[in-house]
Design a protein. Structure first.
Lengths: 138, 175
C-alpha cells in the first residue's frame, strides 16, 4: 500500500478512536482537570502502558519493521527550561480550549466550529514560534 | 446490541480507547518506521497558508515538503472525527462547545477570541516543549524519555490550574 495512504489510514483510526472514546468532548477534558471524571486520564494511562508493552515486544523481536529494515526509535532531547516553559504554556492552552493538537482535529471532523477556531489558533501559535526562532538566529 | 453498534455508535469504554491509541505507537513503527506525533504537523499547515514565507524555520528539513506524511496523518485525523460523528448521528455542524458555551454567556465573537487564544497557546507551547499529548505524553513516556515525562507533568499541572480558574472565574464554580 502507498505510504501516504497508510498515514491517512493511521490518522483516520487515531481521529476516530479519539472521537469515540470522548477525548474530543470538551466536558470530559474539563472534568478530568477538575477530577470529577477521570475517564480520559485512564485512557491516557492505558495508552502509555499499551504503547510501552508494544515497544518492548518490538525490541524483543530485534526492532525490525514489516519490510525487514531496522526501526529507529525517535528520542526527544531533554531541554529542562523549554520542556517546563512549553509544558506550562501548552497546559494553559489545553485548559482554555478543552482540546489538544490531536483531539482538535477530531473536533473539526465532528463539525465543531469552535474546534476549527482552536485549530486555526494552533496554526497561528506555530507561526509565532517560527517568528521567535527567526529573531534568535539573527 | 450488535458489536458494530457498540463500536460505531456508542462511546467507547476507557480501556478500549486506551489500548487502541497505545497500539498505534508500535504499529506505526512496525509498518512505517515513524514516531507517533501530531503537533509538528502544524508547521506543514503554516507553510500551506504561507507558501512564499521566507522564514528559515519553514525551510528546515522537517518542512521541505508540505505534503509529507504529517499532512496525510492530519487529514486522516479530521476524516476519522468526521466518520465517528456521522456513525453516531450527531449534528453536521455545531457552534456549541459543551460546558463552556452552556455556562459562559458571551457573544459568539467572544467565544471565537477565547478558543483562538487557547489554540495560539497550544501551538506555541507544543513547539517550545517539543511535542504534545501524543508525541510527548503517549509516545515519549512509553519510551521513557525524561523530556516527555517532564513536559507532561507541566501539561497536566497547568491544565489543572487553568481549569480551576476558568471554573471559578467564568463559570461560577459549576460542575
Amino acid at each position: 500500500m502507498n505510504r501516504n495512504v497508510q498515514y491517512l489510514l493511521f490518522g483516520s483510526i487515531f481521529g476516530f478512536v479519539l472521537s469515540r472514546v470522548g477525548a474530543s468532548d470538551y466536558n470530559l477534558i474539563f472534568r478530568m482537570f477538575t477530577g470529577e471524571d477521570l475517564k480520559l486520564a485512564y485512557v491516557i494511562i492505558t495508552a502509555i502502558i499499551t504503547a510501552g508493552i508494544g515497544m518492548a515486544v518490538l525490541k524483543r523481536l530485534g526492532l525490525k519493521g514489516a519490510d525487514g529494515n531496522p526501526i529507529t526509535v525517535s528520542k526527544k532531547p531533554l531541554h529542562f527550561r523549554k520542556n517546563i516553559l512549553g509544558g506550562a504554556i501548552f497546559g494553559l492552552g489545553w485548559a482554555i480550549s478543552g482540546a489538544c493538537p490531536g483531539t482538535v482535529l477530531a473536533q473539526v471532523g465532528e463539525g465543531k466550529l469552535l474546534g476549527l477556531v482552536t485549530m486555526f489558533g494552533m496554526v497561528l501559535g506555530t507561526f509565532f514560534y517560527a517568528l521567535t526562532t527567526e529573531r534568535q538566529e539573527k | 446490541m450488535s458489536i458494530l453498534h457498540t463500536l460505531l455508535v456508542e462511546p467507547w469504554p476507557w480501556w478500549l480507547g486506551g489500548i487502541a491509541i497505545g497500539l498505534l505507537v508500535p504499529l506505526m513503527y512496525y509498518f512505517l518506521n515513524t514516531a507517533l506525533g501530531v503537533s509538528t504537523g502544524y508547521g506543514n499547515l503554516v507553510k500551506l497558508f504561507l507558501p512564499r514565507s521566507k522564514l528559515k524555520w519553514l525551510h528546515t528539513a522537517t518542512y521541505a515538503n508540505v505534503f509529507n506524511w504529517r499532512f496525510y496523518f492530519i487529514a486522516g485525523m479530521i476524516l476519522g472525527g468526521f466518520l465517528s460523528a456521522r456513525f453516531s448521528g450527531s449534528a453536521l455542524l455545531t457552534s456549541e462547545m459543551g460546558l463552556f458555551t452552556e455556562n459562559v454567556r458571551w457573544p459568539f465573537v467572544g467565544y471565537v477570541l477565547w478558543f483562538l487564544s487557547g489554540g495560539i497557546l497550544l501551538g506555541f507551547g507544543s513547539r517550545v516543549a517539543g511535542g504534545c499529548t501524543s508525541g510527548h505524553s503517549i509516545h515519549g513516556i512509553a519510551n521513557l524519555h525524561p523530556s516527555s515525562i517532564l513536559s507532561t507533568i507541566f501539561f497536566l499541572l497547568f491544565g489543572t490550574i487553568g481549569v480551576a480558574f476558568i471554573r471559578m472565574l467564568l463559570m461560577g464554580g459549576v460542575s
